[in-house]
Design a protein. Structure first.
Length: 296
């Protein structure tokens, strides 16, 4: 082949290489784990990648408990639930342990208000939605808690319908994801995953909605294992994950007082039982015995 015919190919190769290199300057080079206690830091990172790649190539995924919202007291909080779980394994007859923590959790969600973890939480979400960026909530809560969850989200100014992926209102019924084992529900931009692997659940949701694969997923969650789940699921794909651990509630988690929470539970449990007897188990269903079997 003559040099005259080789020259255009060489130039074409150089042009392609130049374009690829220039594109890489605007692409997340790898998935990373980060940390912040402020929404402004996370929002700034999202906006940076939205401006580089275009908002249509960015997906924001936000946890709820101890990320967007937190319980007003230790009782019923994420840290209370995790303590109950661990203590049941260690000493199920500890007088502070309840017989069915999921049922009790539902009653506490019904009875208790929640507060934003930071005063600017709802505004931070709105600022991303105003940019046309897809924003959803991904929570370990199950569909049984949907009424309590939406009540507190809306009371605190969160509306994930604005730029949610998939159908405008989600789906009317719960469903088991193609890679899951328990019913979940996706409604108004909130995916309630019933404690299942958050990475696999997000992957299943993207497939179910038919949403185009984002170039970058930015996740904000207070639990590192949830972030690791998303990193693990999307590793090796043409999707970068920026996994932000949210630390604002760390002091409250560290300062959780099991005795104080138990005292509060003893004070309100009779009232919750009385409401259930009088009005029925429409909003929560406490077990007949609040102590584990054999521990009376």
């Amino acid at each position: 082949m003559s040099s005259r015919s080789q020259l255009p190919n060489a130039l074409r190769g150089l042009l392609i290489a130049t374009l690829l290199l220039s594109g890489c300057a605007h692409w997340p080079s790898e998935s990373v784990s980060l940390e912040t206690g402020e929404f402004a830091t996370f929002v700034a990172d999202v906006i940076t990648w939205s401006e580089r790649l275009g908002p249509e190539r960015v997906l924001v995924v936000l946890d709820i408990d101890n990320t967007l919202l937190a319980m007003e007291q230790g009782l019923g909080s994420d840290q209370w639930y995790e303590w109950q779980k661990a203590q049941f394994e260690e000493d199920r007859c500890d007088p502070r342990v309840v017989s069915d923590r999921l049922a009790v959790q539902g009653a506490l969600y019904f009875a208790s208000a929640m507060r934003p973890t930071r005063a600017d939480a709802a505004q931070a979400v709105r600022s991303l939605q105003d940019q046309g960026i897809a924003v959803i909530a991904l929570t370990s809560r199950g569909p049984d808690y949907r009424l309590h969850t939406f009540r507190e989200l809306r009371r605190n100014g969160f509306d994930f319908r604005r730029t949610a992926i998939g159908p405008a209102a989600g789906w009317d019924e719960a469903f088991i994801p193609d890679n899951g084992t328990r019913p979940t529900r996706y409604e108004d931009g909130v995916f309630q995953t019933a404690g299942q692997h958050k990475g696999e659940m997000l992957d299943a949701l993207l497939r179910r909605t038919g949403h185009a694969a984002p170039a970058v997923i930015l996740v904000l969650d207070d639990k590192q294992y949830n972030l690791d789940a998303v990193l693990e699921t999307f590793a090796g794909r043409d999707v970068s994950v920026r996994a932000w651990r949210f630390t604002a509630e760390d002091p409250n988690v560290a300062g959780f007082d099991a005795d104080q929470s138990h005292a509060l539970w003893q004070a309100i449990a009779p009232a919750l039982e009385a409401l259930q007897r009088a009005l029925g188990p429409d909003h929560y269903a406490l077990p007949a015995d609040l102590r584990p079997a054999g521990c009376e």
